[in-house]
Design a binder for this molecule. Structure first.
Ligand code: PEP
Ligand code: MN
Length: 349
């Protein structure tokens, strides 16, 4: 259930409404939009509370929400969520490009790639220090040292950083070093991890599980939001289908669908979504054309020798830079801004 207040409601009145909600054993999540304030009422549906709220001064409307996710739904938060990190806005007018290797390998590697991502106009450096590998004998990531190298490279080159966290125990250390924490496709329903991420103040990049429906994905986001962390970025990274030619099938329809269902920023990962270097640029452009707020793209200076198997889907630096120049032309056609030179010169706030 959500309660929508009249535009002019006073803070005192708002607190009265919240107290009423809490008196009935429910939790109130307040979302202040540009036009109206929406109170998400989380808890078992209570018809008595519904009646009382309807009668309260300052309450314009009460709507029952049948969706299992409430805070993630656009009903609760009609305006798009814009996440601000050190002067960078995710989900706003600016197109966001996150680039970097699958895994952090050495200090030199991440520093050089960070330099190239920045020069090409990207705003965020990606790189995994903890890698979720399908087989237990594969390279599992550098670990905490990798986080340090990446944080250094990010701050030196004026980039935000995003890195994957796989277990609740590592959330605090990852949050200490990275600006955005990524939940990988394999952990989308790791509910303990999601709950822990709800308690921190760093944004979370939540990848879609490779077999997850939109509803399951938004419910995963709901875990984080319900814990008190409002900053979730959704990422379509491809789903498993019968087609073996590509590593996954990038579900482009997810982008406009999520826009309808949710207010959260949505980005696409054409690297894992296709698994093939030559398909990354066309699918990146298609995702932006479909309305994505940004992209996360693997790029490597020496993909043939990368420490994970993801070299085959990693762009070379010149391909990455060319793609970003193309995105600069494409972005205005879909209501986004992207200025390569401006980004390359921008300092973090
Ligand atoms: C990654 O970003 O390197 C990664 C492992 O992604 P996913 O969880 O989408 O496979
Ligand atoms: Mn990868």
């Amino acid at each position: 259930m959500i309660a929508i207040t009249s535009n002019s409601v006073s803070e005192e009145r708002l607190q009265d409404i919240i107290r009423q909600v809490e008196k009935h054993g429910a939790t109130a999540h307040v979302s202040r939009g540009t036009d109206r304030t929406v109170i998400g009422i989380i808890g078992k549906f209570d018809p008595v509370l519904e009646e009382k709220l309807r009668a309260m001064k300052g309450v314009e409307n009460v709507i029952r929400i049948s969706k299992s996710y409430k805070l993630a739904s656009r009903d609760f938060h009609p305006d798009n969520t814009v996440i601000r990190i050190k002067g960078v806005e995710i989900g706003g007018e600016e197109l966001i490009v996150m680039g970097g290797p699958c895994a952090v390998e050495t200090p030199q590697q991440i520093d050089e790639i960070a330099r190239l991502v920045k020069a090409a106009g990207g705003q965020v450096l990606r790189g995994g220090a903890f890698k979720p590998r399908t087989g237990p004998y594969s390279f599992q990531g550098i670990g905490v040292e990798g986080l340090e190298w990446m944080a250094e490279a990010g701050s030196k080159h004026g980039l935000l950083t995003v890195t994957e966290v796989m277990t609740p125990e590592y959330v605090d250390i990852c949050a200490k070093y990275a600006d955005i924490l990524q939940v990988g496709t394999r952990n989308m329903q790791n509910f303990d991890l999601l709950r822990k991420l709800g308690t921190i103040d760093k944004p979370v990049l939540l990848k879609r599980g490779f077999s997850a429906t939109y509803e399951e994905w938004l419910n995963a986001a709901e875990y984080i939001l319900a814990g008190g962390n409002p900053n979730v970025i959704l990422c379509e990274r491809g789903i498993r289908t019968f087609e073996p030619y590509t590593r996954n099938t990038l579900d482009l329809a997810a982008i406009p669908v999520i826009r309808q269902l949710s207010h959260l920023p949505i980005i696409a990962d054409p690297s894992h979504g296709t698994g093939r270097r030559e398909l990354v640029a066309p699918m990146a452009k298609a995702a932006v054309a479909a309305g994505a707020d940004g992209l996360i793209i693997e790029m490597h200076t020496d993909p043939d020798n990368s420490m994970t198997g993801d070299g085959v889907q990693s762009l070379f630096p010149d391909q990455f830079a060319e793609l970003l120049r193309d995105l600069e032309k494409l972005a205005p056609l879909v209501g986004k801004r992207f200025d390569v030179q401006k980004q390359a010169a921008a300092a973090l706030g």
